[in-house]
Write a protein of this length. Structure first.
Length: 337
């Protein structure tokens, strides 16, 4: 009997996430395991949005501590990692540059290849890894994205998106204006659970795109007009999510995908999950929801996607590793799918 070959040593990738509030370092293995996932979020003062320069200062201040934690927690020497991946975009310029500068320094110091990762592709790949979805229609809902996409001919194709602000932005700005804590999504979800009375709010779907800015203005008007905050939160969620569910349903029918995958920070919302599960049931398709632990921004999404890209030969020279604050998801070539 031939002895079985010794297992190949798994490849490891260290990923750096730095597009918005979160600075994260993580290590992913080619076995499909996330060995470490250490994230810290910058908290804007109550009533204020994210200030890019302050967030960048926060990130550069905490990076040394995060790196020390990685070195202390990792079972192998840092020099054993195969590559360094970083979120090259899209995101806030100063924040992207802080993460990229750190990743470049690490790649030079350890003499490892540098891998640029698109942050949204990271949300899709980590969700695919964690759920086992193979070829899904993806609903990506986060602070930076509101997109319905499916993969075809090397690119993620857009079947619907927001025409103005993202779903995460709608929730966060409403929360901020209402004096609620940031980020607003989870607080709004909790309040919405006790709301009972539905108030009319603008439902705007154009073609297969959604528009949220009128909804934001109208919800704030209701609040300032004296409608109970629980009822406004309830109605805001119902309208915002139903618009996306409608667009997702149409995209499902159009693409004939047999799986739908929800990912990004807003995927943690149970009401949104219920709506998507319900349309999936109606169409006889499987609904996958990213686990809450990996729904919001994290180093893990960059480390895992960086590893996939590295294994397909994606590299960038340090001299050419510019960040791309407006990098579109449908422009990223995906050689590994
Ligand atoms: P990301 O950009 O992927 O980190 O996602 C951040 C967004 O997710 C923010 O807009 C949050 O308000 C939102 N979010 C987090 N938890 C929830 C929740 N339970 N319901 C709705 N939105 C949420
Ligand atoms: Mg994100």
């Amino acid at each position: 009997m031939n002895p079985s070959p010794p297992p190949a040593t798994p490849l490891l990738c260290l990923g750096v996430e730095s597009t918005a509030h979160t600075i994260g370092l993580a290590v992913a293995s080619s076995t499909g395991d996330i060995l470490l996932n250490i994230n810290e979020a910058y908290a804007a003062p109550l009533g204020r949005g994210i200030h890019p320069r302050e967030a960048a200062q926060h990130h550069s201040a905490v990076i040394p501590t995060l790196l020390r934690r990685v070195i202390a927690s990792l079972d192998v020497d840092l020099a054993e990692v195969a590559c360094i991946a970083f979120s090259a975009g899209p995101g806030l310029g100063p924040v992207l540059r802080t993460g990229a500068t750190f990743a470049r320094a690490l790649a030079l110091w350890l003499d490892k290849p540098l891998i640029p990762v698109h942050h949204a592709i990271g949300h899709i790949e980590i969700a695919s890894l964690m759920t086992g979805a193979q070829d899904p229609l993806v609903l990506l809902v986060s602070g930076g994205h509101t997109s319905i996409v499916a993969f075809g001919d090397g690119l993620w194709r857009v079947y619907g998106e927001t025409e103005d602000i993202t779903l995460g932005n709608l929730l966060d700005v409403f929360a901020r204006e209402a004096g609620l804590a940031f980020p607003g999504g989870a607080v709004i979800e909790a309040l919405a659970k006790t709301g009972r009375t539905f108030v009319e709010l603008p439902y705007v779907v154009k073609g297969n795109d959604v528009s949220y800015s009128g909804l934001l203005t109208a919800a704030l008007k209701q609040l300032r007009g004296g409608t109970a905050i629980e009822d406004v939160c309830f109605s805001l969620q119902e309208v915002a999510f139903a618009m996306l569910a409608e667009a997702t349903e149409r995209a499902l029918a159009h693409t004939e995908r047999t799986e739908v995958l929800v990912t990004g920070g807003v995927a943690a919302n149970e009401r949104l999950q219920d709506m998507i599960r319900s349309i999936a049931r109606d169409h006889g398709v499987h609904a996958y929801i990213v686990p809450k632990k990996y729904s919001g921004d994290s180093g893990a999404q960059i480390a895992w996607t960086g590893l996939l890209a590295f294994q397909s030969g994606v590299r960038v020279e340090v001299e050419k590793s510019f960040v791309k604050p407006k990098w579109r998801l449908d422009q990223v070539k995906i050689p590994w799918r």
